[in-house]
Ligand binder design. Structure first.
Ligand SMILES: NC(=O)c1ccc[n+]([C@@H]2O[C@H](COP(=O)([O-])OP(=O)(O)OC[C@H]3O[C@@H](n4cnc5c(N)ncnc54)[C@H](OP(=O)(O)O)[C@@H]3O)[C@@H](O)[C@H]2O)c1
Length: 490
């Protein structure tokens, strides 16, 4: 333990140019690290607990993976430090309610010449030997979490987060703070790094891939199943014919739903992820509230019967972003009728998948666990390791201007209408569709059913929305009209 303590103290100055390692093994059996990064975790719940566990379980391998940098968890900040935990704090780690245990100290002061001066004129405090220099934010939310992330970055600490809501909400601000933090670094000091691999599709390494493997490529379309809870529910609704309410109850019991399930079922969680991917894939910042978003609450078991029976497909909640060929970009989240032969139709349960169409790579598919303790913690640990190696890629590598964003999009549409018997329904429907320039491809009805389905030719969503509103105003229409796009096979 003493030897390790000496080595911890030797972490100093100039990024990765640390003091050399001495003996071959620590008192805890792990290979001795030549340098040590002091990790502070804000949040000790599902993801935070998983990170602590992986860092401890893979201690030796991670020293090798970082090229000799030890990862010491110094503090885990929680709301209630007295609460029983399903993970064990490693030796030397405090579990505390005090954010200063993680945010205290200023890493910039530990590089190069002693005197760094803030724009306000005050001097940086030096990082003490025990001060955290790598902050992992896994508490969630967009208020206190934002303060934690920004304060850590401004203190020159590397930051890793799993917080998609925060990033989608303030991506340009985060980008500016990272740039500001780096500009404030002294000459020779390492880059302040920001990692958020876990924020989109949990365990799928899509952020890193977008920021590295697609930088020389031109993405034309990206679509995917980005929310595990709703995919689990839709899989159940299809396979077991269960109602929406029963499936939501089961997803919640299994821990697939967010604390507030409207984020999942309303499509907002998928929308946050899509907004982040839009920036990475197309280089465009989009205010996520402008992305058209429809959740799955309007779906009924009858929709799965039509999808499976007459339309040879299934229903998935998709996030889609695509270039329109005329310099424009559209993005939307919606349930969609997916043809049985499409790859996304086979993605079931809580699994996530992202399909990317691009000029060089043509078609790429990324599939994996979208959430859960260890898949998500694994992505955070990958970021922590990359940070320790000084190798996290630029967080928002691609940026382009001049792309017009529009929330409307074109597709074939499925429209489901519940009706009461009346004369002239088809004539009235035809007139409404003609009024809004929507062309009907087919009309479907199961025998003895109160419902019928219209499949349209390709056209803008905005027109179908008007058709739905006019149909709802008809005396023969019962309840709300439900509509969704029909996805293409490829
Ligand atoms: N769970 C997943 O599968 C998953 C997947 C991808 C991304 N994420 C993201 O990861 C983040 C964490 O999710 P989670 O599922 O781990 O959440 P969680 O289980 O609810 O854990 C949140 C942790 O943060 C702590 N915390 C909350 N408010 C705090 C405050 N004001 N001060 C100090 N500590 C506070 C809580 O302390 P107490 O324990 O004392 O209450 C808890 O330990 C979120 O941004 C989420 O969107 C999660």
């Amino acid at each position: 333990m003493m030897v390790l303590g000496v080595l911890v103290a030797s972490w100093c100055a100039r990024g990765l140019a640390f003091a050399p390692a001495a003996p071959a093994a620590s008192a805890r059996g792990a290979p001795l690290a030549a340098q040590v990064r002091k990790v502070g975790i804000v949040g000790g719940g599902t993801v935070g607990g998983g990170i602590v566990e992986i860092l401890e379980r893979r201690r030796e391998q991670l020293v090798a993976a970082t090229g000799g940098v030890g990862l010491e968890v110094k503090a885990v900040v929680v709301r209630d430090a007295a609460k029983a935990r399903d993970w064990t704090a490693p030796p030397g780690c405090v579990v505390t309610e005090d954010l200063e245990a993680v945010l205290g100290g200023d890493r910039r002061g530990s590089y190069g010449p002693v005197d760094f001066v803030r724009s306000g004129g005050d001097r940086f405090a030096h990082t003490g030997d025990d001060d955290v220099d790598l902050v992992v934010e896994v508490m969630g939310g967009t208020t206190l979490a934002k303060d934690v992330v920004f304060r850590a970055l401004r203190a020159g600490k590397d930051v890793v987060t799993a917080n998609k809501a925060l990033i989608a909400d303030c991506l340009p601000e985060i980008e500016a703070v990272v740039a500001e933090a780096n500009a404030a670094q002294g000459a020779g000091a390492p880059r302040v790094q920001f990692g958020y691999e876990a924020a989109v599709c949990g365990g799928i390494p899509i952020i890193h891939t977008m920021n590295t493997d697609f930088v020389g490529d031109e993405v034309t379309r990206l679509r995917g199943i980005m929310n595990g809870c709703t995919n689990f529910m839709l899989t159940k609704m299809e396979a077991e014919g269960l109602s929406y309410a029963d499936c939501l109850a089961e997803a919640t019991a299994l821990g697939y739903a967010e604390e507030d399930p409207t984020l999942d079922v309303g499509g907002f969680d998928a929308r946050s992820k899509l907004a982040i991917l839009v920036r990475l894939a197309f280089g465009v910042d989009v205010d996520e509230t402008l992305i058209s978003c429809t959740g799955i609450a309007g779906l009924e078991t009858i929709d799965f019967e039509y999808a499976r029976g007459q339309l040879d497909g299934t229903i998935k909640l998709l996030g889609v972003a695509e270039l329109d060929g005329a310099g424009g970009l559209t993005a939307y989240v919606t349930p969609a009728l997916v043809p049985r032969g499409a790859t996304l139709a086979s993605i079931s349960d809580a699994t996530n998948a992202v399909e990317v169409a691009s000029r060089n790579l043509e078609a790429s598919l990324f599939v994996g666990r979208g959430a859960g303790r260890f898949p998500t913690a694994n992505s955070c640990v990958s970021d922590v390791v990359a940070c320790a190696r000084g190798a996290l890629p630029e967080p928002f590598a691609k940026k382009v201007g001049g792309v017009a964003f529009r929330s409307d999009f074109e597709s074939f549409f499925y429209i489901r209408i519940r009706y009461r018997n009346a004369i002239g329904i088809v004539k009235a429907l035809g007139e409404i569709c003609a009024r809004h320039d929507v062309s009907i491809d087919s009309l479907l009805q199961k025998p003895h059913s109160d419902y019928f389905v219209v499949v349209t030719e390709a056209g803008p969503r905005s027109r179908v929305e008007k058709v739905a509103a006019d149909v709802e105003a008809e005396a023969w229409c019962v309840g709300d009209v439900f509509f969704m796009p029909v996805a293409t096979q490829e």
